[in-house]
Design a protein around this ligand. Sequence first.
Ligand SMILES: Nc1ncnc2c1ncn2[C@@H]1O[C@H](COP(=O)(O)OP(=O)(O)OP(=O)(O)O)[C@@H](O)[C@H]1O
Length: 255
Amino acid sequence: MIEVNDIHKSFDDAHILKGITTSFQKGKTNLIIGQSGSGKTVFLKCLLGLFTPEEGTISYDGKIYNDLTDAEKRDLRQEMGMVFQGSALFDSMSVEGNVKFPLEMFTKQSKSEMQDRADFVLKRVNLVDAHHKFPSEISGGMQKRVAIARAIVMNPKYLFCDEPNSGLDPKTAIVIDNLIKEITEEYDITTIINTHDMNSVMEIGEKILFLKDGLKAWEGTNKEIFKTDNETVTDFVYSSDLFKKVRQMYIEERN
Ligand SMILES: Nc1ncnc2c1ncn2[C@@H]1O[C@H](COP(=O)(O)OP(=O)(O)OP(=O)(O)O)[C@@H](O)[C@H]1O
């Protein structure tokens, strides 16, 4: 579980995060949504320990980040997996090489242990025949699977995903969303996903945090987001006619 208490982050005179308090449960897919520039990436980077908030605290299963020693912070970072926007695979390394990379960097595992772990996570993301291919030889959806395999290879407690569906067709995006949700439940990970994809919000948003101008404008579940009358949320989430109709049908079905 990650608990965020009143964090503020500024760059020079620009006050970007203006006091955000929230929490993210383990075993759940937590989504962060909001317009471009609302502070989602800055918030995610604070959770990753890449930015230090000037005020407020972030705690990871009860451990307050600022109270940790440098060695404890390093240990905590190793409990974090990250799926970057655009996958961010190493082009010069094979699929298997990409997945083994964190093990080679951060563990003292033997070659056969690394091989077993790489085989296991690649199988878990349903990639069994691509070990020796290079990123340029596989599809965007397969690259995302490799990125997910690499993010979970160290058995993380916390998984952060920045726009995991960007550049994917809608069908592949759903497969990737479901894969992230399954893995989150299976390994009891606290997963936080930064997204613009309203389909993800509806499908896997067990908890949704809506940021606006660096503030928490709303939070709730995907079921609650259908029912909310909060105009800031409805203006943003239901800006397309299609989603407006879906919401109307949902409300009528429930009445
Ligand atoms: N390192 C930085 N230095 C200065 N300003 C920054 C830095 N990183 C982000 N910002 C500013 O913080 C604000 C929020 O940016 P952020 O990237 O968090 O938005 P976002 O909600 O993730 O947008 P998008 O959905 O487009 O990715 C922007 O005004 C941005 O210019």
